[in-house]
Design a protein around this ligand. Structure first.
Ligand code: NAD
Ligand code: UDP
Length: 321
């Protein structure tokens, strides 16, 4: 049994990871400050004696004897990470430094949840790990992008200077049940809008592309990376689904799958919104023997079912008040 600390464990990805690693027989500490995550995401795990939920902010040091740390704490949606950009930078930089300090002290292995955002608005397509990126360091997304880039730099420096075992994955757009309904990300927005027959808000002309990965595929890649026995293999490794869609295609797909009466409306494109994004996953295929297996339609159906239930429960709740 491994003792595993998951920071940001009450968020979308973190709560799925807690569930999965607990099921695999590990002892889990889930640490979160509930900025975007919720207790409800992990409430069903609270009765398990091998699960501990801790309210804590990673910007303050934390000490626990653990074997592995999955460092996920950081808001991921542009709306949320831009709400308090300074805090986002602190979380990525000071938070990651605190977790690397902990890893150094207790000799734990740390996996850093980095992001495709380190490539910025990429001039290379698809994005390979050796591409250094095209990030506007003073733009509205920079608190997230530069914070995550600095976190990667910190990981490498703790490894080189102090021999800390680190693994870095660059996660591409991931979706699935337990995303926050008001998270602002495109998949949750479109599904919530379609289920309520509200207008679907496509940014710009919808020709920008993203590659959407279902949560289960991400978890498989993430855990495989943490478990690689070769400590000299640090990454970064892209973990994403290379099937690329325009945002307009996604909108149409969601309308079709929900039989929605929603109309598509166009809203202004946010600044520095990357035009295209698609991972090159050759490295993950070769080193981790990993690739995503869940097609977009299948993942969307599961996610739609989740939001549908959520909306019905909210309605029942409102009626009973
Ligand atoms: P999320 O917002 O659902 O989860 C982030 C969690 O971190 C939340 O529970 C939040 O409350 C917690 N948190 C934020 N600041 C904290 C702090 N200072 N101290 C403690 N907890 C804090 O987002 P997610 O989609 O689950 O993302 C998880 C990680 O994966 C993030 O680091 C994100 O950057 C990375 N990532 C996600 C995606 C994606 O598509 N979902 C893509 C690339 C990278
Ligand atoms: N987007 C959109 N409508 C929305 C929310 C997002 O068209 O209601 C667009 C957004 O401008 C971007 C893409 O969808 O081009 C993905 O946005 P998201 O916030 O999900 O993730 P990121 O930009 O970080 O990839």
């Amino acid at each position: 049994m491994k003792r595993i600390l998951i920071t940001g464990g009450a968020g979308f990805i973190g709560s799925h990871l807690c569930e999965r690693l607990l099921r695999e027989g590990n002892d889990i500490i889930c640490l979160d400050n509930y900025f975007t995550g919720t207790k409800q995401n992990v409430a069903h795990l609270l009765d398990n004696p091998y699960f501990e939920l801790v309210r804590h902010d990673v910007c303050t040091p934390y000490l626990a004897e653990v074997d592995e740390i999955y460092n996920l704490a950081c808001p991921a949606s542009p709306i949320h990470y831009q709400y308090n950009g300074i805090k986002t930078i602190k979380t990525s930089v000071i938070g990651t430094m605190n977790m690397l300090g902990l890893a150094k002290r207790v000799k734990a292995k740390l996996l850093q949840a980095s992001t495709s955002e380190v490539y910025g608005d990429p001039s290379i397509h698809p994005q390979v790990e050796s591409y250094w990126g095209n990030v506007n360091c003073i733009g509205e997304r920079s608190c997230y992008d530069e914070g995550k880039r600095c976190a990667e730099a910190l990981c490498l420096n703790y490894h080189r200077q102090n021999g800390v075992k680190v693994k870095i994955i660059r996660i591409f757009n991931t979706y699935g049940p337990k995303m926050h309904p008001n998270d602002g990300r495109v998949v949750s927005n479109f599904i919530m809008q379609a289920l309520q027959n509200k207008d679907i808000t496509v940014a710009g002309n919808g020709s920008q592309t993203r590659s959407f990965q279902y949560i289960d595929d991400l978890l498989n890649g993430m855990i495989k990376m943490m478990n690689t026995s070769d400590d000299s293999f640090i990454g970064p490794v892209n973990i994403g689904n290379p099937s690329e869609f325009t945002i307009l295609e996604l909108a149409q797909k969601v309308i079709d799958l929900t039989n929605s009466k929603s109309k598509i409306v166009y809203i202004p494109l946010p600044s520095d919104d990357p035009l295209q994004r698609k991972p090159d996953i050759t490295l993950a295929k070769e080193t981790l023997k990993w690739q995503p297996i869940i097609p977009l339609d299948e993942g969307l159906k599961k996610t739609i079912a989740y939001f549908d239930t959520l909306l019905k429960e909210t309605k029942i709740c409102q009626q009973s008040h």
